[in-house]
Design a protein around this ligand. Structure first.
Ligand SMILES: Nc1ncnc2c1ncn2[C@@H]1O[C@H](COP(=O)(O)OP(=O)(O)OP(=O)(O)O)[C@@H](O)[C@H]1O
Ligand SMILES: [Mg+2]
Length: 148
């Protein structure tokens, strides 16, 4: 987190979480990095699905757990969807060649398992979103996104 106030929001369905992602698309500008954390199945991909929809992307959205990165083009801005789950630290992220997409000046980067990454000193800041399952369908979502 970067010192912005933390806001908490309760999602009662996957659709609710996607709707939050759509709202984030409305306030995100080029070069924005959005880091997501939370356990397996917390809803990180669901939120990014809404983000991609909100940007105007119409294709399929799925977790790039094995491919490491998906690119969604055709919307207002390109969206780089990364999943660092299988990478255990900065060296592995570097070797996979992901740094140029983690921070990309031409689009928005949405990063699942952001905790695996150590930002370089030159990195300005990024938005942080944390999802906590409360029960099967309820998620507590905390974030530091201004204006949301
Ligand atoms: N309120 C909710 N918000 C988001 N997802 C929900 C909610 N309630 C139920 N779900 C379900 O939880 C699952 C969330 O899966 P999702 O792939 O988005 O998780 P993830 O955090 O990306 O996990 P992974 O770390 O494995 O990539 C989906 O099956 C979704 O339908
Ligand atoms: Mg996922």
């Amino acid at each position: 987190m970067n010192g912005m106030p933390i806001r908490t929001w309760i999602s009662r369905s996957a659709g609710d979480t996607e709707a939050l992602g759509e709202r984030i698309a409305g306030v995100a500008s080029r070069g924005q990095v959005i880091g997501l954390s939370g356990d397996l199945g917390a809803g990180k991909t669901a939120l990014i699905r809404g983000l991609a929809r909100g940007l105007g992307f119409t294709g399929r959205i799925h977790s790039p757990t094995f491919s490491l990165i998906n690119l969604y083009e055709g919307g207002r801005l390109p969206l780089f969807h990364l999943d660092l789950y299988r990478l255990d630290g900065p060296a592995a992220i570097h070797e996979a060649g992901l740094e140029d997409y983690l921070i990309h000046p031409g689009g928005i980067s949405a990063v699942e398992w952001i905790g695996r990454w150590t930002p370089p000193p030159s990195h300005q800041s990024h938005w942080s979103i944390h999802l906590t399952p409360l029960d099967d369908t309820t998620r507590e979502i905390t974030h530091d996104i201004p204006g949301l």
